[in-house]
Design a protein around this ligand. Structure first.
Ligand code: PSU
Ligand code: MN
Length: 339
């Protein structure tokens, strides 16, 4: 009984603080942190917003597919009744919500020069040194949270790299999920990573991993099953939103990982992709790429795409579109049922 009372008080206490206020940005000036008018309006009027990352534009997909895909993802978010907020850093300014020309600027590296891959550690430096770049899942989570956004749709989460137990190459995406209350909707992690250790690490970080689909299978990006199970499963956006709501009501500051299996009709010919993944990993160990810090993920992604002659990219786009639709439905349910 006592616990019940405490919980209710705590829940209602938290509920009024459910949306981070702009003060969470602390001292950063409005000129260095630009929230588009549309996103600002949506947040102020309590309409659902879905964050989208931009490292997939700058480092995940080739030009011009990256630009087209970024545009379609925003359109899909809109079709769910939510406002898309693509996060990026342009000339040292953090942007939450991009115009089409800003998206284009990030996409075309030939014309606009190299882009930085911006994770949590890179944010302050990219702003200080006036750089432009795409934010990773970790980088996007930091910014989206500061802006007051709670749901984020993307493709593949970073993880523990193979051999990570000795190299300590563990993506900052995992620790970010442990410390920032954003729900990330992805298709699990790629088979270029050590999936078992990635799941162990998420458990250590206190991150709920929830498959959004018919079974508990934890997906492996191009394939619907990785051979590992998620501890939780939901079958609807309302259930998913309820998990986010209850974590928040308890005052947990952890994120949630929703893992959405790639739609069956787009599941890539698994054996072929797996073969390409194995070749790419072997090559990265031989040519030293595997020791090149944050370059290794983009290098592996590019090599797998080359080896599969683009099949991998088509599957990648299909799952991205599906994930941001699910993210939109979850954000809309959170808004409709729990606010
Ligand atoms: N996995 C993909 N596509 C991607 C990425 C990962 O299938 O584009 C990007 C995401 O932005 C992710 C980042 O946050 O790579 C992880 O990089 P690292 O392993 O260096 O943390
Ligand atoms: Mn790394």
């Amino acid at each position: 009984m006592m616990f019940g009372k405490w919980l209710i008080r705590r829940v209602s206490g938290v509920a009024c603080r459910s949306r981070p206020r702009p003060s969470q940005r602390r001292g950063i000036t409005d000129t260095a942190f630009i929230v588009s008018a549309e996103v600002q309006h949506a947040l102020q009027t309590h309409r659902p917003v879905v964050a989208l990352e931009s490292a997939l534009i700058t480092h995940g997909l080739p030009f011009p597919i990256n630009s087209e895909t970024a545009g379609s993802l925003e359109a899909i978010v809109r079709s769910t009744g939510c406002v898309p907020a693509t996060v990026a850093v342009l000339s040292g300014r953090v942007h939450v919500g991009l115009t089409a020309s800003e998206r284009q600027q990030l996409s075309d590296i030939e014309t606009n020069g190299p882009m930085v891959k911006i994770s949590r550690r890179d944010l302050g430096a990219a702003i200080a040194l006036r750089r432009s770049g795409g934010t990773t899942i970790a980088g996007t989570m930091v910014i989206a949270h500061a802006a007051g956004i709670r749901v984020f749709g993307t493709g593949g989460l970073g993880g523990v790299h193979r051999g990570g137990e000795t190299t300590l190459d563990v993506s900052a995406d995992l620790t970010e999920l442990g410390r920032t209350p954003i729900a990330v909707v992805s298709s699990g992690v790629k088979a270029i990573l050590d999936i078992a250790r990635t799941l162990e690490y998420l458990e250590t970080q206190g991150v709920p991993v929830v498959t959004y689909g018919p079974t508990n299978d934890f997906p492996a990006f191009y394939s619907r099953c990785s051979g590992y199970k998620s501890p939780w499963r939901v079958g609807s956006s309302v259930e998913a939103a309820s998990i986010i709501h209850n974590n928040q009501a308890l005052g947990l500051q952890t994120g949630t990982l929703f893992a959405v299996p790639i739609p069956e009709e787009h599941e890539a010919p698994g054996a072929r992709i797996q073969e390409a993944v194995d070749i790419a990993i072997e090559e990265s160990m031989q040519n030293g790429m595997s020791k090149r810090g944050n370059d290794v993920t983009p290098w592996l992604l590019r090599r797998v795409a080359e080896l599969t002659k683009g099949d991998a990219i088509q599957s990648n786009i299909a799952l991205l579109k599906n994930n941001v639709r699910v993210a939109g439905e979850i954000a809309a349910s959170l808004n409709q049922h729990f606010d």
